[in-house]
Design a protein around this ligand. Structure first.
Ligand code: 3PG
Length: 414
């Protein structure tokens, strides 16, 4: 069965002995103290595409990113290569280079069925620029690698809302296709979101405070959501924006995100959407080795907030239980730490118990659902966080637009 006619898939090309540049999203959550990968869901999700390309005897060159320049989790991809190799049960060579001599030598030495992962593509300046496909097509990355590449395959659904050069530049220059994960996500999400039922609630957590006000504005302005619940580090940042003194320790964890611009954006959505935005009324901290809930009236605390508190969980569960569509992106707390999984787990349970349509987005959130054995009881678990949000808001995804363009320009092989 064809999944879409708008862009090519792996069925449309003869990859035998050809060099395929495969862009994936294996951006993973890391442990802050050890910088080890905490969850490899996104790495496992690209295995079917890589395996198929190996089976078709392609020479596979993988491009990927981890975090963004300037963030603590911006690291190279050697662990990713090792985990991909383990999940594929095949060798994955890694070179910490993208467009230099080392990378080019490694690409040129590939044989049919070999797999090579290049360095973190966000090391390149051109990858930090958001521009359109035609500008990116002339960027350094594309200029340096296109001579080595026969086909481009994009399986980076999680980054498909970004218009960055490794994502949209290649389709302007070489025949391109979606990978299996990308095609599956688009097909499943189209089916699921054709007629979402109301009331709908978005539960936004995780650490990317910067993205949350924009997302809230989008869903609430367009009437896509009836309520937005804010949890996780983003919830703490919103409490600060509302004037709650969350304490030095909690502020410290958020350091990167506490810019005047982010605060302005948060205050702006709070004043515009009032009671449609639900913030935590308490948080959970670790005191004498135990989970202790502290209400906002009793803050600041000297310990950092590691989860939403029990009163917040009860308040949010009521809203989720009466919804017909619920969407969660980003965990409510540090769910990897025993005792602080409560928020994430109990809100996910409410999504299941609501018997409505439940959707999870983002690598970290998907990992939490697996940990709690809830992944099979959620209607759909997507690898996309921001990309899924953009899809749900019916915004055009630059990567999909680029793949459509490439099909028109180069067609399929057969
Ligand atoms: C994600 O994790 O949402 C994607 O990998 C995109 O990452 P970004 O938000 O840093 O662009």
């Amino acid at each position: 069965m064809r999944i879409t006619k708008d862009f090519n898939t792996l069925d449309d090309f003869n990859f035998k002995d050809k060099t395929v540049l495969l862009r994936v999203d294996i951006n993973c959550p890391l442990d802050k103290s050890t910088l080890r990968i905490l969850n490899d869901t996104r790495i496992r999700s690209i295995v079917p595409t890589v395996r198929e390309l190996i089976g078709k005897r392609a020479k596979v060159v993988i491009l990927a990113h981890q975090s963004r320049k300037g963030k603590w989790d911006f690291i190279g991809l050697d662990q990713h290569a090792a985990l991909l190799s383990k999940n594929l049960n095949a060798k994955v060579e890694y070179v910490n280079d993208i467009i230099g001599e080392e990378a080019k030598r490694a690409i040129s030495s590939l044989g049919a069925g070999d797999v090579l992962l290049l360095g973190n593509v966000r090391e390149l300046e051109c990858e930090s620029v958001s521009a359109d496909m035609s500008d990116h097509a002339e960027s350094e990355l594309i200029g340096e690698l296109v001579p080595f590449v026969d086909y481009y395959v994009c399986d980076a659904f999680g980054a498909s809302h970004r218009s960055q050069c490794s994502l949209v530049g290649f389709p302007a220059k070489v025949p391109s296709a979606s990978g299996r994960l990308m095609a599956r996500e688009i097909y499943s999400l189209k089916t699921i979101f054709e007629k979402p039922r109301r009331p709908s609630v978005f539960i936004l957590g995780g650490a990317k405070f910067e993205d949350v006000p924009v997302m809230m504005d989008n869903v609430l302005k367009n009437g896509g959501a009836d309520f937005v619940i804010v949890t996780g580090l983003a919830g703490n940042a919103f409490l600060l924006a509302r004037g709650v003194d969350i304490g030095e320790a909690s502020r410290g964890v958020l350091a990167d995100e506490l810019t005047e611009e982010n605060f302005r954006a948060a205050r702006d959505v709070l004043s515009r959407y009032g009671e449609k935005i639900l913030l935590p009324v308490d948080t959970a901290v670790e005191r004498d080795g135990k989970r202790v809930c502290v209400s906002t009236g009793d803050m600041p605390t000297s310990e950092p907030a590691l989860d939403i508190g029990d009163q917040s969980i009860d308040k949010f569960r009521k809203v989720i239980l009466s919804s017909k569509t619920s969407f969660m992106s980003g965990p409510a707390g540090m769910f990897e730490k025993p005792g602080f999984e409560e928020g994430t787990k109990r809100l996910m349970m409410a999504m299941v118990e609501s018997n409505g349509l439940s959707v999870l987005g983002g690598g970290h959130t998907a990992g939490a659902a697996e940990k709690f054995d809830l992944a099979d009881r959620i209607s759909y678990v997507s690898t996309g966080g921001g990309a899924l949000e953009a899809f749900m808001l019916r915004e055009p995804l630059p990567v999909i637009e680029a793949l459509k363009y490439s099909k028109k320009r180069f067609g399929p092989d057969h």
